[in-house]
Ligand binder design. Structure first.
Ligand code: DGT
Ligand code: CA
Ligand code: CA
Ligand code: ZN
Length: 563
């Protein structure tokens, strides 16, 4: 609100002194890590740098009424839409006024249309370049409001964290928020650091090559928008409070509410600065997360399960088990080679998998009718079985021959049983006729699960994150059929899929359905997608015992045979 006030005063060409005062107050509030209401309650608003008597009064008014009369008054004096236009990074108060007065533009949509038509460039002080930048600014604004799939965010965040970690000014560093919890989509990137030179960290962070817009830059908190349109926040905290801040900013909010309730019952108070005794405000914990949880009588929780889905109650009963980890995975059960639509040879995939210290892999190219992805004809499958056997003998890893066999529209499989019988691992998946009605689709897949040769149902709901919704299917009935036929359901680790989702994988676990985590790699590098699948599995509370490809080779083979 103070930023808006400053913008509006600027349009009205008021004294630069007052404009700067509001901007300074806004920047200070943005950098605040404590709830403003708590500061107000202590009567310490005016101790916040940049906050004076008049701004403090406005904050109090806002806390009481949800707005402030001065702000409302200023808005009334301006044409509607001006402040909206100014949210575009290229549009300042003067430009907004100009757009309104000369072209009658009052919304982002109108601005976009005008810029597309080339109407903006002819305004005074504008030009083709500015017009183009306005369009880019609009695109960035839209993207910054969307959540991005984790696969598009995690590598980017690692790049930033690694660059900051390399600085001598940075002591401790960690991501927090939904990214640390490995949610499937991410709203913004949260990073926490401790540092003896916070200004230096902020300077470097806000000038990184990927930064497109600096939203706020303060001594302890900065926010930027990166080139992919996602926002990233860096906060500098005191070393004594690093654990408390990490716990607080990792969330989820709902998990933290439960933690605070626990604390209250012990006469304690938890916030991002630490755990404090209510009676004398003495800090009892804060340096590490373990310390914070211990102080309120709880064990440390893996970030992936901090969602208030019953994890606190589980811990109270002492039943928090060790979740599956990447190192528990002994094999990858879905991958494609040049035989269908992959881009590496079987040998290359086997070599890469051995470097990941796996014991076994299954080669699962597409089946015959999927011609557009190079589905393998029957006579070639038989040839491939022999080749896999030869490679397996000398590759230092067991190469199982499999297929990702298409489930035909009527629920039959794309290879006859006598072919499936010769293969070690049969993954069955739907790739065609995805728009069937739910009843029909469910029956189709259940029929495939009833085929005794099918070991695994691949990407069970068919969703492509951000591209295509899941097909209509009754997931409860799929899980039921998988439990009955003892068929494994796949957690497809490809970040474009993440299918089963965390919620569905957890449902499967509760009904005793075996799960596998596979990458669906189409080249050797994509074998590293396993990390995303393991994250989904952890969010679904899976332990190693729930996941078939944690079994050592011999036991895995017996599982295949027993079924
Ligand atoms: P996102 O960014 O939408 O994917 O989800 P988060 O969980 O990263 O949410 P974000 O970035 O708004 O905030 C990070 C964490 O900080 C959040 O998980 C919990 C904590 N937090 C943020 N705002 C509040 C708040 O108003 N109250 C409480 N108790 N915690 C908050
Ligand atoms: Ca976040
Ligand atoms: Ca955030
Ligand atoms: Zn597939």
């Amino acid at each position: 609100m103070f930023n808006d006030i400053a913008d509006m005063l600027e349009i009205k060409a008021e004294s630069p002194y007052r404009i700067t005062a509001y901007r300074r107050a806004a920047r200070s509030l943005e950098g605040l890590t404590e709830d403003i209401a708590a500061v107000a309650e202590r009567g310490k608003l005016e101790e916040i740098p940049g906050v004076g008597k008049s701004t403090a009064e406005k904050i109090l008014e806002f806390l009481k009424t949800g707005t402030c009369a001065y702000y409302e008054e200023l808005r009334k004096q301006l044409p509607a839409g001006i402040t909206t236009l100014m949210t575009v990074s290229e549009v300042g108060p003067k430009t907004a006024m100009l757009l309104h007065e000369k072209l009658g533009i009052d919304s982002i949509e109108e601005l976009e249309q005008a810029a597309r038509k080339g109407l903006v460039r002819d305004l005074p002080r504008m030009g083709a370049k500015t017009e183009e930048n306005i369009l880019k600014g609009i695109a960035l604004l839209r993207r910054s409001k969307e959540r991005l799939p984790i696969g598009a965010v995690l590598p980017l965040s690692r790049e930033i964290v690694d660059a900051l970690r390399g600085l001598t000014a940075v002591k401790q560093i960690s991501v927090a928020g939904s990214l640390r919890r490995m949610r499937e989509t991410i709203g913004d990137i949260d990073i926490l650091v401790t540092s003896s030179k916070p200004e230096k960290v902020m300077e470097i962070f806000t000038t990184m090559p990927r930064v497109r817009q600096v939203l706020a830059k303060g001594p302890t908190r900065s926010s930027v928008i990166l080139d992919t349109g996602i926002q990233a926040d860096v906060r500098v905290v005191e070393p004594e409070a690093f654990g408390a801040a990490l716990q607080y900013f990792t969330g989820s909010k709902e998990h933290n509410v439960k933690v605070r309730e626990k604390a209250v019952r012990r006469g304690l108070k938890v916030n991002e600065y630490g755990v404090f005794r209510v009676k004398d405000d003495r800090r009892t914990a804060g340096k590490t997360e373990e310390e914070v949880y211990r102080a309120v009588g709880l064990p440390w929780f893996p970030p992936e399960i901090r969602e208030d889905q019953g994890e606190i109650e589980l811990a109270d009963r002492g039943m928090l088990a060790r979740l599956i980890e990447l190192k528990d995975i002994r094999g990858d059960l879905q991958m494609h080679t040049r035989w269908s639509d992959g881009s590496d040879s079987l040998e290359a995939m086997a070599k890469a998998a051995r470097e990941l210290a796996y014991e076994y892999i299954a080669i699962t190219d597409h089946s015959q009718s999927l011609k557009f992805v190079g589905g393998v004809p029957i006579d070639e499958v038989r040839e491939h079985v022999k080749i896999a056997k030869r490679v397996s003998d000398k590759a230092g890893i067991t190469v199982l021959m499999g297929t990702e066999c298409d489930i035909l529209p009527d629920g039959r499989l794309d290879y006859p049983d006598e072919v499936l019988k010769e293969l070690d691992v049969v993954v069955a998946s739907v790739h065609s006729r995805m728009r069937m009605a739910e009843e029909e689709m469910t029956a189709r897949i259940v029929k495939a699960l009833d085929n005794p040769h099918v070991d695994i149902l691949g990407h069970p709901t068919g969703r492509r994150l951000g591209l295509r919704d899941a097909y209509a299917v009754n997931i409860e009935r799929l899980i039921e059929a998988a439990a009955r036929t003892k068929t494994a359901l796949e957690v497809n680790a490809s970040p474009q899929r993440l299918d089963l989702s965390d919620t569905h994988a957890r449902m499967a676990r509760e009904r005793g359905v075996p799960l596998v985590i596979s990458t669906d790699a189409h080249n050797r590098y994509q074998l590293s997608y396993m990390e995303y699948g393991v994250a989904i599995a952890r969010r679904a509370w899976l332990e190693p015992r729930h996941v078939i490809n944690t079994l050592p080779l011999k036991e895995f083979i017996s599982w295949l045979h027993e079924r």
